[in-house]
Write a protein that binds this ligand. Structure first.
Ligand code: ASP
Length: 313
């Protein structure tokens, strides 16, 4: 069975079997990444354009690494330094790049819907690397891979996602993907940092951090996205930290098996105290490691690779 999707635009309508296939494939790429020679030939001859209109550290590097580990040919595009600064439109940019015969586009943009728009401008396969407040599907997939590696399962686990939900594409992709996988998701943040119509996410919502964390197997903190908001959404950083930041005292109220996650970059001392970010219960760097395996799996499966077909290489 191949994937039921042609592009990865979001997790909203991705089936449980597709998510399972991506995670299982990522598990075997994880094994490849433990070898001395971390290279497989599966994307040989394919050109992938990494089209980044917004800053990125982890996502950008791990996509590029994944493409290189699969023997593909990555081309990196940043809007700064390109003809975007001369006023070239997104549509012209993509049509010109596509005219050079490319196979895949990994796109990050500050406007929701750009990945979908690109599917209408080119025949290349499109992978969403984060579009505005909308979705960040590969982040949610790597989050689920990390949780599944740690607990051996996803079904029935309780996850509390706490922070700036309004501006977080990670929260949306996690909520949809984790719900599909039978996880029990709670989103928590101040009411001013909650999106309207949260009922459409189909998960539990609260503005009380203690309530959200009760019995949680996973507590995921989100970054306060100061670059996306105008002032006045919360009284002060100090108050935000007190109500929604995770420090050592609050960590000690959690069950002993509970793990701490964060998609990065961390605002140390705001949503997460430094000693919690770096403590033994934090699996934040495992998330980063798994980003490469998950992105290899997505590119491999969308690029026409057979499930399990890379295992003998
Ligand atoms: N790196 C994640 C994203 O691009 C989370 C964040 O920026 O806070 O959405």
């Amino acid at each position: 069975m191949a994937l039921g999707i042609q592009h990865l635009l979001g997790l909203y309508d991705v089936s449980r079997s597709d998510i399972e296939l991506i995670l299982d494939t990522a598990d075997s790429f994880y094994e490849v990444l433990q070898r001395e020679i971390k290279l497989v030939p599966t994307l040989r001859g394919k050109t992938i354009v990494n089209l980044f209109y917004e800053s990125s550290t982890r996502t950008r590097i791990s996509f590029e690494l994944a493409e290189k580990r699969l023997s593909g040919s990555p081309i990196n595009f940043s809007s700064t330094g390109s003809s975007v600064t001369k006023g070239e439109t997104l549509k012209d940019t993509i049509r010109n790049i596509a005219a050079m015969k490319i196979d895949m586009v990994v796109v990050r943009h500050n406007a929701a819907g750009v990945p979908l728009f690109l599917t209408k401008c080119t025949d290349a396969i499109i992978v969403n690397a984060g579009d505005g407040f909308h979705e960040h599907p590969t982040q949610a997939l790597l989050d689920m891979l990390t949780i599944r590696q740690h607990f051996g399962k996803l079904e029935g686990l309780k996850v509390a996602i706490i922070g700036d939900i309004l501006h977080s594409r990670v929260a949306r992709s996690d909520a949809w993907g984790m719900k599909t996988m039978g996880m029990n998701v709670t989103l928590c943040g101040p009411q001013t940092l909650m999106p309207l119509h949260t009922e459409s996410l189909g998960v539990r919502i609260t503005d009380n951090m203690g309530e959200a964390m009760e019995g949680a197997d996973v507590v995921m903190l989100l970054r306060l996205q100061l670059e996306r908001q105008q002032s006045g959404l919360f009284p002060s950083i100090r108050e935000y930290r007190e109500n929604y930041g995770l420090d050592l005292d609050k960590l000690l109220t959690l069950p002993e098996h509970t793990v701490i996650m964060h998609p990065g970059p961390i605002n140390r001392g705001i949503e997460l105290a430094s000693n919690v970010a770096d403590c033994g219960r934090s699996i934040i760097l495992d998330q980063v490691t798994n980003g490469v395996a998950v992105r290899m799996a997505v590119l491999y499966l969308l690029g026409g690779g057979e499930p399990g077909g890379h295992e003998d290489v």
